[in-house]
Design a protein around this ligand. Structure first.
Ligand code: HEM
Ligand SMILES: [Ca+2]
Length: 301
């Protein structure tokens, strides 16, 4: 049967879960301050393939090596092991109660809050996938790095987001980095979107031709890459959007008003982001007795 998500789902079965996720993620982030960015992107990529069901956490099956992580669109995805580490701690206090999918959602909302963003109240009760999507499914479901605005708005409309919420959720790019690999086509292949000439010089200096396979050449997504603030919108208004979508939104009449509002008023951004985050993380999830509660997030059984 399908159940439903609720805000007090673990009140009886695991009242400590939020506390465990919070303290654990905080201590891990002390040793690597880029953890919050990685966790937030990890959540998006989990939710995009099937649903937020922990499928991205599954290791390749030894005989096929065809897990969704084999998709090129998951380039740069990190910290899958962090979720399993937190899961191990949760298993100690409440064995077999909390899904990996919920732990990832809780970790992502802690990642946002600990970086200075809003503390988002998230509904819980997701179940983990009992199947392992392959890289083809991930290829088909994840947006390309050079996706344009129409396709992006369509993608988020499928999660029930308004245009304002779609703009807000991309404010997640207030954290973290983009590897040169992901802007190769923007910089060195004839593309439809125009780059501010000064900024193009900056990008090409940091991502010279031939740097694409390197794991160590990247551009920060906004100047305050460790803070969850509204600088992403200020940055993209100034023509410094790193990805095509970051650059297109301030130029399109459908999205420009939201970019301006969010750049001007961080509180309005935080509110729109919070409702978008709940939609992103609740869409089409497994509940009730669908799916499973994994013991080890990286394995099906
Ligand atoms: C049209 C939709 C989107 C596209 C095309 C897109 C694309 C990308 C790309 C290409 C990167 C760079 C990855 C790398 O090179 O390591 C990135 C980074 C990132 N994205 Fe997105 N993204 C989208 C939506 C989202 C959403 C909805 C979220 C979260 C709610 C998100 C969160 C992040 C974060 C936090 C990073 C930084 C990761 C890190 O530093 O490790 N993105 N995104
Ligand atoms: Ca998934």
């Amino acid at each position: 049967y399908a159940g439903s998500l609720s805000f007090n789902f673990y009140e009886q079965s695991c009242p400590l879960v939020e506390h465990v996720v919070r303290t654990s993620l905080r201590s891990i982030s002390l040793t690597d301050p880029t953890t919050p960015a990685a966790i937030l992107r990890l959540l998006f990529h989990d939710c995009q393939v099937q649903a937020c069901d922990g499928s991205i956490l599954l290791d390749p099956e030894s005989d096929t090596f065809q897990s969704e992580m084999a998709s090129g669109k998951n380039f740069g995805i990190r910290k899958r092991e962090t979720i399993n580490l937190i899961k191990t701690e949760v298993e100690v206090v409440c064995p077999q109660q909390v899904s990996c999918a919920d732990i990832l959602v809780l970790a992502a909302r802690e990642a946002i809050a600990m970086s200075g963003g809003p503390m988002i109240n998230v509904p819980l009760g997701r179940r983990d996938s009992s199947t392992s999507p392959n890289f083809r499914q991930a290829d088909a479901s994840l947006p390309a790095a050079n996706i344009g605005l129409d396709d992006t708005l369509q993608l988020f409309a499928k999660k029930g987001m308004t245009v304002g919420e779609s703009v807000a959720i991309l404010g997640a790019h207030t954290l973290g980095v983009t590897h040169c690999f992901n802007i190769e086509s923007r910089l060195y292949k004839p593309e439809v979107d125009k780059i501010d000439p000064q900024f193009e010089i900056f990008l090409k200096m940091n991502c010279p031709f031939g740097s694409f396979t390197s794991n160590t050449s990247f551009i920060v997504n906004d100047p305050t890459t460790l803070s969850f603030d509204n600088q992403y919108f200020v940055n993209s208004l100034n023509g410094h959007g790193v990805l095509r979508i970051d650059a297109e939104m301030p130029l399109d009449p459908r999205t420009a008003p939201f970019i301006q509002t969010f750049a001007y008023d961080q509180e309005v951004f935080f509110q729109a982001f919070s409702s978008a985050f709940v939609k992103l993380s609740s869409s089409n999830v497994l509940t009730g007795n669908q799916g499973v509660i994994r013991t080890n997030c990286n394995r099906l059984y």
